[in-house]
Write a protein that binds this ligand. Structure first.
Ligand SMILES: Nc1nc2c(c(=O)[nH]1)N[C@H]1C(S)=C(S)[C@@H](COP(=O)(O)O)O[C@H]1N2
Ligand SMILES: [Mo]
Length: 496
């Protein structure tokens, strides 16, 4: 095996181990990956999401691994006489790691110890093996064996260090803190979900999405690990009194529970990025009123521990009729780590990228001009209310069903407005009304079903929703950028 590759293994193993000691999120490899995501041009990012879907991050990590391996191997090959090219490469790797770690807002300066450990270990191992290698080439007795032994020892040591780091990180991760939170009992529970709220037996999703099935969208390469005891939320900017909350400050307040359907702006027509949960937390408007929002404030600029940011209209965040939340619970449990533990924002009626900051740690009351959030700098819109949409869940595309009466079922949503009507049509036939499920509240999806007569052969079925403001979904197709897709969901099936 190449000298450079062995030294690379040692560098990564050491970095991972030290990261577990100083800060779980400081592992140099992951920090560099996160930095790479931030620096990736939008077009490439959109391409990666389209092509690899939720595997986009895995592909990035593997791609980074391949590049690092090639560079390390080349460094080894270029260092036949002098170790300088190899040392330069490891210094370069280490510095990239240091910069990536320093740029993360959630990491203390001590976190640079992780990439520094990588740099020092990589360079030291490289220098050592290089010396042994030179001796072997000059035919010094037993030196060949020494090189092999040293190489194998280093690789084994790197493995042990990486595994040890992984184990150590596990003992200090957010999951153990989450398990210790205990039950979150809302003072005001959400009304129970009536039995007729979904048509799951007919092929729609269940009304509440189990946490493990709830869609997940974020730019974090590794799920940020924040323990409740370490978390705090700073509320500042255009307010009369700056406030800092600890987890217990939020937990000890009277908690409310609200049933809310969340949607991602990246959801294509017919896509999966829509889910519903009972969120438990406190009213975001209450926190803002207690801090005293100054006149002229427009934007609530929220920052996550991983540096991701979002901008929400202050008016939406404060409107009691909308019920925006700082949520700490989801479907009867503390927030799952991947959904933002210890705390996140949820604002009914707005796409997640302008409202739903996970692992939220900073709220700044400001103007639109003063701060620009993560996706705004990447061509997405400043204001992004969720668009009225509907989706066919049954039959599945390209299914074959018996001819005659065909059942069609699905979901529709128009958060903060409410769904008034859903219609379906076969081929270019007339629109026909679907049956709607009982309405839980206007911030949640509504399920629908219909029965249509079809002749044997191939067909298409489409659906469209009308919301309570009287707007009927346009059939005109628009892509997700900049503020959400439009068009009717249409699927093909065969009767016969
Ligand atoms: N920290 C952080 N919060 C985030 C995001 C992110 O990338 N990072 N993505 C947002 C987007 S685009 C959406 S749609 C919702 C998704 O929340 P979920 O993963 O819990 O479904 O989270 C929002 N909050
Ligand atoms: Mo999103």
């Amino acid at each position: 095996m190449s000298l450079g590759v062995v030294a690379l293994a040692a560098a990564l193993g050491a970095g991972h181990l030290v990261a577990a000691l100083v800060s779980v999120n400081a592992s140099p490899y992951l920090a560099v990956g996160n930095e790479a995501i931030d620096l990736t041009p939008v077009e490439l990012k959109d391409f990666a999401v389209r092509t690899f879907g939720t595997y986009d991050k895995l592909v990035l990590l593997l791609g980074m691994a391949v590049v690092m391996l090639l560079v390390a191997a080349a460094a080894g090959a270029a260092s036949r006489r002098t170790p300088v090219p190899g040392l330069a490469v490891f210094a370069g790797f280490g510095l990239v790691g240091v910069v990536a770690v320093l740029r993360r807002p959630d990491l203390d300066v001590v976190a640079v110890l992780a990439p520094v450990a990588s740099l020092v270990t990589g360079a030291a191992v490289f220098a050592l093996l290089h010396r042994l290698g030179l001796r072997a080439r000059h035919g010094v007795d037993g030196s060949r064996r020494a090189v092999l032994l040293a190489g194998a020892g280093v690789v084994a040591g790197a493995g042990v260090a990486a595994a040890g780091g992984q184990w150590l990180a596990g003992t200090r991760d957010a999951e153990s803190s989450r398990s210790a939170v205990g039950p979150l009992v809302p003072a005001r529970a959400a009304p129970p979900i009536p039995a007729d709220a979904d048509f799951a037996k007919l092929g729609t999703p269940t009304f509440l999405t189990p946490n493990r099935d709830f869609y997940r969208v974020d730019v974090a390469l590794s799920v940020p690990q924040v323990r409740a005891e370490d978390w705090s939320l700073r509320l500042h900017g255009m307010v009369d009194r700056e406030v800092r909350y600890r987890y217990s400050d939020i937990r000890d307040r009277p908690l409310v529970e609200r049933t809310i359907t969340m949607t991602c702006v990246s959801n294509e027509v017919g896509g999966p990025y829509v889910s519903t949960a009972n969120f438990v937390g406190v009213d975001l408007g209450d926190l803002l009123r207690e801090a005293g929002v100054r006149p002229g404030a427009e934007q609530l600029f929220s920052t996550s521990v991983d540096g991701w940011t979002s901008g929400t209209p202050v008016a939406a965040a404060m409107d009691p009729a909308r019920g925006a939340m700082l949520a700490i619970g989801m479907n009867g449990e503390p927030l799952p780590v991947e959904h933002g533990f210890p705390a996140r924002l949820v604002v009914p009626g707005l796409y997640g990228y302008v409202s739903a900051t996970k692992w939220v740690t900073d709220l700044e009351v400001t103007t639109w001009r003063a701060r620009q959030a993560y996706w705004l700098r990447r061509n997405w819109a400043e204001r992004a209310p969720i668009k009225t949409q509907s989706r066919i869940d049954f039959p599945k595309g390209f299914a074959t069903v018996p001819p005659g009466r065909v059942r069609v079922a699905g979901i529709a949503w128009a958060q903060h407005t409410g769904i008034a009507r859903v219609e379906v049509r076969i081929d270019a036939g007339p629109w026909q009304d679907a049956m709607l499920s009982g309405e839980v509240n206007v911030d949640t999806w509504r399920m629908w079903w219909a029965e249509l007569t079809v002749s044997p052969g191939p067909h298409q079925v489409s659906c469209r929703a009308t919301d309570k403001a009287g707007y009927t979904q346009t059939g005109e197709r628009a892509g997700t950028v900049p503020d959400g897709a439009t068009g009717w969901h249409t699927i093909s099936f065969t009767a016969g």
